[in-house]
Design a binder for this molecule. Structure first.
Ligand code: ADP
Ligand code: MG
Length: 469
């Protein structure tokens, strides 16, 4: 049986202090600048903290991670070095993001161990980490199952199971793996299921593995004023060229372009590069390290366009997108709405631009109705293509060989650039340290100079190899 809790809009925006959370926890939230709850947090936290199983549906970027991380942390006994919470995610990137977020939220307590369990890292290292004692594991269903089969992962003390991005996990064919894992969790555990959409498979999954779940649905309510949506009708053969035209007309700094197939991603990439637009694509054929690099370069604003399919782009937390372009209209209005919800966040305006064919008329009318927004159908010919200047991203990424393994921290790199090298803080952007590498965004005009000076100087007392990507 499922109960639906009507969302209470008044609860959103309320401070976390209205929740039964410990003082150190509240303190941590305040330090993170989490002052008020997002709508999904306001709707789900009271239920989850009271111990209910939960089905929660809300769009990407709505704060779902904290909505499950806080309840699982609130129950955790840090003195018991056994796995007490497990989060299943569809991809390694998402598992990494969730791990980071839980670690930030877990700072109130000294010694909470959160371990990501995904492919791409050695099974043996992960097993050793678990043997040394871990409180929370976050991973992809396949890898977690692997560890369970090998007896590395003991779930006797598990009190919370989270299925994050459950719809995507089902799309990716993880149903049986999820079932394997869920069946072996203690029956008394709490199960929290998060999903951006609510296809039939989710109801089935919930029926199998949740107990009297409360249901929290936050229907899409994009501030229609923040996302400006326009459709352009194109012929079959000039669809990809039209994307370049849109980019040169609107000139957004960061754009996510959705394609329906991988082949279309590759074709679009060629067209954009030809037009002098810096673009990268994210697809399953890339090695993990390459995927990480793509995401880092896009998020730090040194690449203008990220071309991706829905699967590849799912759940990625990329802030500050000026535009989303739908190279094709998707058949499913819910997916369309989910795609365009990635722009216009946090009180910024964003463009949702969609290319459609004459046959898509009914579809786009349905979409416009679903989001209660007038249908703006524009003519491609109205675009200004007088300005054919290349679209140049503001930043450039430098790759420093050496990362966490070498104990490099962002502060070391910032110090090297603003110290001896003599650059200002404003000329330096995002710094991302991975296991092996460090990526630092610098303003494009100083990139060459920065490579030279970093190579000549030292980072953390050591000479380093640096190159511009
Ligand atoms: P989702 O899982 O729904 O896509 P995330 O959990 O990744 O969303 O959160 C999106 C972003 O919002 C993250 O950068 C997170 O740190 C931030 N965030 C979440 N909750 C709050 C809050 N209450 N106040 C401020 N920022 C928040
Ligand atoms: Mg999420």
């Amino acid at each position: 049986m499922t109960e639906t809790t009507p969302q209470s809009p008044s609860a959103a925006g309320q401070p976390f202090t209205t929740l039964p959370l410990s003082a150190p926890m509240l303190d941590t939230l305040q330090r993170l600048d989490y002052l008020t709850m997002t709508p999904i947090q306001a709707a789900s936290l009271p239920l989850a903290l009271a111990g209910h199983d939960l089905i929660a549906q809300a769009k990407t970027g709505s704060g779902k991670t904290a909505a499950f991380a806080l309840p699982l942390l609130a129950k955790l006994n840090a003195k018991n070095f056994a796995v007490q919470a497990m989060v299943l995610c569809p991809t390694r990137e998402l598992a990494d993001q969730v791990t980071q977020e839980i670690r930030r939220l877990a700072r109130f307590e000294d010694n909470i161990k959160v371990l990501p369990l995904c492919g791409g890292s050695a099974l043996r290292n992960q097993a050793t980490s678990m043997a040394n004692g871990v409180h929370i594991v976050v991973g992809t269903p396949g890898r977690i199952m692997d560890h369970m089969e090998r007896g590395n992962l003991k779930l006797d003390d598990l009190s919370t199971l989270v299925l994050d991005e459950a719809d995507r996990m089902l799309d990716m064919g993880f149903h049986d793996d999820i079932a394997y894992v869920a069946k072996r969790c203690p029956p008394q555990r709490q199960t929290l299921l998060f999903s951006a959409t609510y296809p039939e498979g989710i109801a089935q999954l919930a029926k199998q593995f949740l107990r009297q779940p409360q249901e929290v649905k936050l229907l899409e309510q994009h501030a229609e004023t923040k996302i400006r949506q326009r459709f352009y009708e194109v012929g079959k053969d000039d669809r990809l060229e039209a994307v370049a035209k849109l980019l040169k007309h609107y000139r957004p700094v960061s754009t996510l372009a959705f394609c329906n197939t991988k082949q279309q991603c590759r074709d679009l990439l060629n067209v954009l590069r030809h037009a002098g637009i810096s673009a990268l694509t994210l697809n399953g054929d890339l090695e993990q390290r390459e995927r990480d690099q793509v995401l880092i370069q896009f998020a730090n604003r040194s690449v203008s366009v990220l071309v991706a399919t829905d699967v590849a782009a799912r759940g990625l937390d990329i802030a500050d997108l000026e535009a989303v372009i739908n190279v094709d209209v998707t058949p499913d209005p819910e997916i369309h709405i989910h795609r365009i919800g990635r722009t216009g966040r946090a009180d910024r305006e964003g463009w949702a631009l969609s290319l459609c064919s004459a046959g898509d008329r009914r579809r786009i009318t349905a979409i416009a109705q679903a989001i209660n927004c007038p249908l703006e159908l524009e003519d491609l010919a109205s675009l200004n293509d007088a300005d054919d200047a290349p679209l140049v991203p503001p930043m450039s990424t430098l790759l420093i060989l050496g990362g966490r393994k070498e104990k490099i921290r962002p502060g070391d790199v910032l110090g090297a650039l603003t110290g001896e090298a003599g650059f200002s803080r404003e000329q330096v952007g995002k710094i991302t340290v991975t296991e092996q590498n460090t990526y630092v965004a610098v303003r494009r005009d100083i990139a060459r100079d920065a490579v030279r000076k970093l190579s000549a100087g030292k980072v953390k007392g050591r000479a380093v190899k640096v190159k511009a990507l």
